[in-house]
Design a protein around this ligand. Structure first.
Ligand SMILES: [Zn+2]
Ligand SMILES: [Zn+2]
Length: 267
């Protein structure tokens, strides 16, 4: 089974389109790409219901949409029998775990992705850049410490683009992934293999093969995602994702339904 569990419900110009009509182009694109099931994971910071969590200007400026409308759009498609799942890409906010859990509780999620895009107001993948402010070594350590906390919060079903900190191509020397892999394994959270990194300056899949192997050794389950912000990117480069998964020893991917997970062979 091929699943793409990371995409943003937009029109073909990447504009927010949280309506059932916007789901169809993603479903068609999935079929064309040989993807059996897709899951929508809009950024949590777009939604006014979650506003109290967001302190970064980038998040607050975008916090103008109705979560009910997004949920209804995907659930209607799901109820019509389309192969779609309801998810959300949620920024992990350290210290606000209980509030995050409570705010997300009312909705019928199939799964939640946990992301680390900001650390102390600095951006991992945009401006102001964390790597420029604190240096590469420190950025890497702080990023993976925060990712380990995100896993340990048990708020999320899978961790998106788990080594996002490499996005611009800067790397810490001989980074040891065992600590973060231990934390992820202990938490029971899955990690995402994402093809989005191939379209970024680093030009690689997330995560690095060494991190994925460390997770495999600890029996951490995986999800797969394109991080498509337009329908045409659904399932993009999934042949590369499968190669990476196979080379790390994985034979299955995780499929979610109402936050229960099962393993399916990827083929
Ligand atoms: Zn993301
Ligand atoms: Zn995303």
């Amino acid at each position: 089974m091929i699943v793409d569990y990371h995409m943003h419900l937009r029109n073909d110009r990447e504009q927010i389109a949280h309506d059932t009509g916007a789901v169809s182009p993603f479903v068609h694109a999935a079929r064309a790409a040989g993807v059996d099931e897709i899951g929508f994971t809009e950024h949590g910071y777009y939604f006014t219901q979650l506003r109290t969590l967001w302190s970064v200007p980038y998040q607050s400026e975008r916090c103008a949409y109705d979560l009910e409308q997004y949920v209804d759009a995907v659930v209607q498609a799901r109820d019509r029998g389309l192969p779609v799942k309801l998810g959300l890409e949620v920024d992990y906010v350290p210290g606000r775990e209980d509030e995050t859990r409570a705010l997300l509780a009312p909705y019928p999620w199939d799964y939640l992705l946990g992301s680390v895009h900001w650390i102390d107001g600095l951006s991992v993948d945009g401006d102001p850049r964390l790597v420029d402010e604190v240096g590469v070594e420190s950025a890497w350590h702080r990023y993976f410490e925060t990712l380990a906390l995100a896993a340990g919060s048990r708020l999320f079903d899978s961790l998106s683009h788990p080594d996002l900190v490499k996005i611009f191509g800067d790397r810490a020397d001989a980074f040891d992934y065992s600590t973060v892999a231990d934390a992820i394994a202990e938490s029971g959270t899955a990690i995402e293999v994402s093809t989005a990194g191939l379209r970024k300056p680093v030009g690689e899949l997330y995560p690095h093969p060494d991190l994925l192997r460390a997770c495999r050794e600890r029996a951490v389950p995986v999800t797969t995602g394109s991080d498509a912000h337009v329908p045409s990117l659904v399932g993009r480069d999934f042949d590369r994702a499968r190669e990476l998964l196979s080379s790390a020893g994985y034979e299955t991917v995780t499929v979610f339904e109402r936050r229960r997970r099962r393993q399916e062979p990827f083929a």
